[in-house]
Design a protein around this ligand. Structure first.
Ligand code: 16G
Length: 260
């Protein structure tokens, strides 16, 4: 048996005096082994049976601890091949001061970008879309919903809405919405972005290949043309374990305060 497995059991023995339920003690021992780097991303966990025999606890208890760690995204289970320490995401640091597209952001980092289509078409607008895009109920909205993938890792689900007069053929945008808008002189020059915390629901979590309920970021971007017209209303879910949004802040003296 590996050193890591021995360490897990040693830690478990030490904590067995703590009086906490056994599955919690086991969960903590495994979590500590991962955090201390004794078992690293991609390493296999000993089998449920081995853990149960060696630690002298029931397989039900082992399963409960392991399931909890799978739910928390610390372990992953692959059918037929066992349980592994989850791969660690390299976090993407994203500036909040530049109005760039997903394609540009990832290309700058040398990452291979692709998207999976979730929806594209012309629809009757929702009340939100009518209000933000200034559409009447007789006009149509173009919706472009994509799973955004970089280096084969799904990072975000983006649902963009634009006036159909700006994007009459949503299926024809190719791989970049902003590149398509640029071609018709409609690339936004300014945007307001609102970021809030969200726990991922079943469907979104499945698409992003993370356990349901883990932390995500809900981002709403409303972007404008130089004329002040709203061009894009996009609601996205980003993986919380993959993104750091970074804003630069400056001290404003009394002389600058009145200007903004
Ligand atoms: C970014 C924008 C999104 C925009 C997309 C265009 C955020 C949160 N969202 O991901 O609003 O629609 O870029 O990307 O930054 P594309 O040109 O690669 O399709």
């Amino acid at each position: 048996m590996s050193d890591a497995a021995d360490q897990i059991f040693a830690a478990l023995k030490q904590s067995s005096q703590s009086g906490a339920p056994l599955y919690l003690q086991l969960r903590k021992s495994i979590e500590d082994a991962v955090n201390r780097g004794l078992i690293g991303p991609g390493d296999a966990l000993p089998s449920e049976r081995d853990i149960a025999t060696k630690a002298d606890i029931s397989r039900v208890t082992v399963r409960k601890a392991v399931q909890d760690l799978v739910k928390g995204g610390i372990l992953v289970q692959r059918h037929g091949s066992g349980t592994f320490v989850a791969p660690r995401m390299e976090r993407v640091e994203q500036s909040l001061s530049r109005l760039t597209s997903f394609t540009e952001d990832m290309a700058r980092r040398g990452m291979a970008v692709r998207s999976a289509w979730l929806d594209r078409g012309l629809y009757a607008p929702s009340p939100d879309e009518m209000m933000v895009l200034g559409l009447s109920s007789s006009e149509l909205v173009a919706r472009v919903a994509r799973l955004r993938i970089a280096n084969d890792t799904p990072l975000a689900i983006e649902r963009a809405s634009l006036s159909a007069s700006v994007l009459p053929d949503p299926a024809g945008i190719g791989s970049s919405l902003y590149a398509a808008l640029e071609l018709t002189g409609n690339r936004p020059v300014r945007a307001v972005q609102r970021i809030s915390a969200a726990n991922l629901g079943e469907g979104d979590a499945r698409l992003l290949e993370v356990p349901p309920g883990i932390a995500g970021l809900h981002i709403e971007r409303i972007s404008y043309l130089a004329s002040g017209k709203v061009i894009e209303f996009t609601r996205s879910i980003y993986r919380g374990d993959a993104y750091d949004f970074v804003a630069e802040l400056r001290l404003t003296g009394p002389s600058e305060e009145g200007r903004s």
